[in-house]
Structure formats: structure tokens, C-alpha cells
Design a protein around this ligand. Sequence first.
Ligand code: EPU
Length: 427
Amino acid sequence: MDKLKIVGGIPLRGQIHISGAKNAALPLMAASLLASDEVILQNVPHLADITTMANLLMHCGLEINMPVAKTESFGHTLSLKPSGKVETDAPYDLVRKMRASVLVLGPLVAKYRRAKVSMPGGCAIGTRPIDLHLKGLEKLGATVTLEGGDVYVDAPLGLQGAEITFPFITVTGTENIMMAATLARGETKIINAAKEPEVVDLAKFLKAMGAKITGEGSDIITIQGVDQLGGCCHRIIPDRIETGTYLAAIGITNGDVELIGADLDMLSVVKGELIEAGLSFDQTKEGVRVRRTDPQKSLKNLTLKTDPYPGFPTDLQAQLMAMMTLAEGISTITETIFENRFMHVAELLRMGANIHIHGSSAVVTGVERLKGAPVMATDLRASASLVISALAAEGESIIGRIYHLDRGYEMIEAKLRRCGASIERIA
Ligand code: EPU
């Protein structure tokens, strides 16, 4: 299994190209099942999760043209079109690899009136049930049964529009119901909908295919069902979580980097916090230049609480915690979305961080320096936090189980190495 060797202490300097958003690309690819013609997706990142989704969609009957050879990052173009063959199940092997496989539920039931998806089970950050997806589909008239670890969703007469109120915000739940409702009869209202930019990107994509959707980006999304969706061409938004990850890496290493293609409008809360911590941002022609406001001064402590968009994203909690390990004073980071998203803490302690967990909060007391160590990645964003700490730590760190990183960060070593980092993948 591959590992990453990082020798820390080098400030990042140069340019980093921001890739297309994984969490936008995955639902958009799944939504392509709804189209009766060819769909073209641009700026698709080259990631393990994208390959898993492509395999699942090919299993379901899409013909996908996906370039395999690749020397540099910066966006593939995928063509997805119906092959004529149809399978309406998502097998356990693929769902186990990637929870986002459940995103095929809505499109399959809407278009083919049935779907069978393996229950995803828990994962490293929490139990992550899909009950809200299933209740939403039931509201649209589907029957849901669980047998042998598989969920069967059937709607032999097609789906019927309805009002669905989520008791709390779910991103992929909102996406699944929005996709299902595009081909349902009549009107669907999703109340307490997720407002994440990836949900808005999905709505834009569905509208380009001919769907009738209003209110995306607000609490209430309204969908008028149509008979059929056609093909379209769409460019995926930049990855705000990848962007935030590099912001933390630049901050902790006292670097100076231009993030090409970054869109900080999607990160306004994070940007505000980072300015408070001591980073400065200058808009450039192609993106944004990021560095410390005063390179002689340490970073300042922060008080953060994760929340659904536009709040502070849970997907950046681990990375900002890594950055705070070297900030002055005491930072408090509270996780409100997932019940078990502090797995990185034990690994950061191995590098000399001072962190105590109290329930859903982590109290981080800044230390003078981190020391390189062998550490283990536990999930995608936890892995990113270990890379960030290792880039600033004295000496060598070896990060194990980096297949997690490959699920969500395109060409991470190449991008960091170009900015001067000492980072290499070892077998
Ligand atoms: N939840 C339920 N029942 C449901 C659905 C969700 O109890 O039916 C709970 C979850 O267990 C969690 C909370 O609701 O406690 C919010 O989960 P949500 O459904 O919003 O998460 P998700 O849609 O499964 C997406 C991203 C995650 C990101 C979260 C939160 C994708 C493919 N995944 O997951 O991304 O952390 O929203 O923003 O979009 C990542 O990229 O590393 C990642 C985990």
C-alpha cells in the first residue's frame, strides 16, 4: 500500500490549480442517468471516487467516454450517454467503496421506476444513515423495502410530486430527491433543503437538461416534473474543499501561493476566519494570491463551529484544526454534523500537537513546533489534515493508508511539490 513521505518546514511558494469539485461531479454524473441524450461534463477531477461512480454508471447502462491517460491535472471532459442496456441496482461492492453511490437511487427510480441499492453501512466519520433519502422517496409515492442488506425502491406507476420537509439538512438527501422529482408528475417542494454550492450546481445542470427547478440555494426548492430530460454540456464548479485545504497548508507553512481558478465566494465564512487567523487574500487575474498578512507573526487562534452551508464546512474541520496546532493561544473547534469526525486528533498528537476532546469540541492549544512522525490516514479529510501538519513539522513524516487521499485530492503530491514541498509517494 502506498505511503507519503513528507519532510516538513518548507514554505509553499508558487501556483496551485484548483480542480473541479468532487462533491459536485458525483451527483452530476449520477444525474446523467436521467438524460435521454448525451451529456458532456467538463472539469471533472481525476479521482478514485469518480472512477467508482463511472463504474457504477456503466453497470447501470451508461456509455462513458473517460480518458484514462493523464500527466497533469486540471479537468477531464466526460461524455455520458445511454447505451440501451439498463440495470437498476447498485451492488454492495461499489456502495461499500463509496457512500455517494446512493446518489443513483433518485435518478433510477424516477426514470426506470425501480432501484436496488445496498445499504451503505457506517463509515469512519459516523453512522451516516440514508433514512431521509428513503422517506423522501416514499413521500413521492415509492415503496421501500429492506432485504438482505439491500434497499428496494419501487414506483411501478411512476413518482408523484409531494411536499418533503427534511427535519435537518442533508446534502445528498436533497440531491437525490431533487433528481427524483424532475421526472415525477406535478410539483415537489423540498423544505429545509441543503444550500451547498454543489446542490446549486446540480440544479443548474438539471435545468440545462430541461428540468423545471426554482429556489436552489435557498431553504425551499420547487421542482415541476417534466416528461423527459435531454442532453447538455456543463462545466463543474471549482472544489471549495480542495481550495480550503490548500489555504490551511499555505497558512501553516507561512507560504505565498496563487490558487488558480479558486472561487472564494463559496468560502466566505472560511475566508473571514482565515483573515482573523492572519492570512491575506489578493484577487489576481486567474485566481487568488494567499499569504500571511505579516510573515513575521504567528497565526492567531480561532473559535470554529461546523454548520451546513453557508456555515463553516465540516469537510474543512480537520484541516483548520491542523493549522491551529501551530497558532498562538487556544482554539476551539466544534463539530455539529458528524458524530465521529475527530479521528485525526490521535494522529496529530503523535506529531506533538496539544489537543483535548470534550464531547463534540476539540480544544487546541498552539505549540511552538510539530515533529514529523509515522501517522495513519483514517478518512479523506483526516488524511488532508495529516499532510498539512507534516508540511510544517520538523523532520520526516510517513503517512499511511493514503488511498483515502486519492479519493478526493487530484494530484496532491504534484501540486505541492511544484510549490517546493518535499513530498513523495513510496510503495
Ligand atoms: N443524515 C441522516 N439521515 C440521512 C442523511 C443524513 O441522519 O438520511 C445525517 C448524517 O449522518 C449526518 C448529517 O445528517 O450526521 C448530514 O449528512 P449529509 O446527508 O448532509 O451528508 P452527505 O450528503 O452524506 C455530503 C458530502 C460529505 C459532507 C457532507 C456534509 C457528498 C458526496 N458528500 O455527505 O462529504 O461531509 O455532505 O457537508 O457530497 C467528503 O467529501 O469528505 C464528505 C464526507
